[in-house]
Ligand binder design. Structure first.
Ligand SMILES: NC(=O)c1ccc[n+]([C@@H]2O[C@H](COP(=O)([O-])OP(=O)(O)OC[C@H]3O[C@@H](n4cnc5c(N)ncnc54)[C@H](O)[C@@H]3O)[C@@H](O)[C@H]2O)c1
Length: 323
């Protein structure tokens, strides 16, 4: 990519449904992008979202917002994929997954055909599987095809810790690692309050009678957060839109921020052939470095278990000839 195209900070969002449109809205407000282009298989939906957003232009920092065509992939800095389909009545998980894999394959083929130099960020679920599949399809370096991973889960974790411990969320460093899903886990060994390890904080805080039980409850609550929201309103979109804006900032502004995006592993943590949420340094190149944290044995085991869950699904896809 030359400097001129990079300076345009163009973001293409594929999938203009709830998550894609809220991300577009948050991104427009952030002032991070010069151009936001939305694409959806439902052209009328994309047009409706674009019109609704451009009417807010008087209140946003300067940004162009319009419908995208495949040609827009060519000079985009970042392509965010939120496209996906929902389960049909009676449809198996594998059949649903195969339909979503086909969508990701088709979109990646178009992106590659346009010789795009963008970073591709997968958001569609199951995000870790689709990130792996998208990376395989692209043939690109792994750092340029990444997933939103456990960035949202880690934000939920920090929120719950903040509520429980009475410490501002901005003073809490805490990560959820592994699958964005049921096998994810809280990396307590990496959790700290303003630099104070959580172990030390809990031993001196005296706020809860049984801090070990409180920790298990918090980690479980993170896992179930999405289910509660889905029960209440059908889907989640606000917090994920903000999490994506944070990821976009690290990439568009070359910030080298550390975020638990989903990245294909190449031997780190003794794992490969899988993509999952791990702390990574993010820059304009995408994942610049997968951080190799020394995890205690229980957390290393939890990570290996989470990887095994994902690898089993990848294996099923491969057997069905759909990976
Ligand atoms: N990773 C995360 O943290 C996270 C969080 C929330 C939601 N999600 C996922 O994001 C995805 C989108 O969720 P949503 O609530 O916006 O769903 P949605 O149904 O509102 O939007 C999906 C959109 O994708 C479009 N689409 C389908 N096939 C397409 C294609 N081939 N090309 C372009 N567009 C296509 C549909 O027309 C639809 O508008 C889902 O997979 C959801 O599970 C991920």
């Amino acid at each position: 990519m030359n400097d001129e195209s990079w300076s345009s900070r163009k973001v293409v969002i594929v999938g203009a449904g709830a998550v894609g449109s809220i991300f577009a809205y948050a991104l427009a407000q952030s002032g991070l992008a010069d151009e936001i282009a939305l694409r959806d298989a439902n052209h009328e939906l994309a047009m409706g979202q674009v019109l609704d957003l451009v009417h807010g232009q008087a209140f946003f920092p300067s940004v162009q917002i319009r419908e995208a065509r495949a040609a827009d992939y060519a000079d985009a800095s970042l392509i965010v994929i939120t496209a996906g389909v929902k389960q049909r009545p009676g449809e198996s998980r594998l059949a649903l997954l195969q339909r979503n894999v086909k969508i990701i394959h088709d979109i990646m083929d178009e992106i590659v055909l346009e010789k795009s130099q963008a970073v591709v960020l997968i958001v569609s679920n199951p995000v870790d599987i689709l990130t792996y599949v998208a990376h395989q399809r692209s043939g690109w370096p792994r750092g340029r095809v990444i997933g939103s991973g456990t960035v949202l889960d880690s934000a939920r974790f920090r929120h719950l810790l903040s509520q429980h411990c009475g410490v501002d969320v901005h003073n809490i460093h805490a990560y959820i690692l592994g699958e964005h899903g049921d096998s994810e886990f809280a990396a307590w060994s990496m959790t700290n309050m303003a630099g104070m390890p959580i172990e030390q904080f809990c031993r001196t805080c005296l706020k809860c009678d049984d801090w070990q039980a409180a920790r298990s409850k918090i980690a479980e609550a993170v896992k179930h957060s999405a289910y509660h929201i889905i029960d209440y309103k059908g889907a989640t979109w606000f917090a994920v839109g903000l999490a994506l804006t944070r990821i976009a900032a690290a990439i568009l502004r070359n910030q080298h921020g550390v975020l638990t995006v989903s990245s294909v592993l190449e031997g780190e943590y003794g794992l490969s052939g899988v993509s999952l949420g791990i702390p990574c340094i993010l820059s304009q190149k995408g994942v610049e470095k997968v951080l190799q944290v020394t995890l205690p044995p229980d957390e290393q085991e939890a990570l290996a278990k989470s990887a095994a869950v994902l690898q089993e699904i990848i294996g099923q896809l491969e057997s069905a000839g759909a990976s």
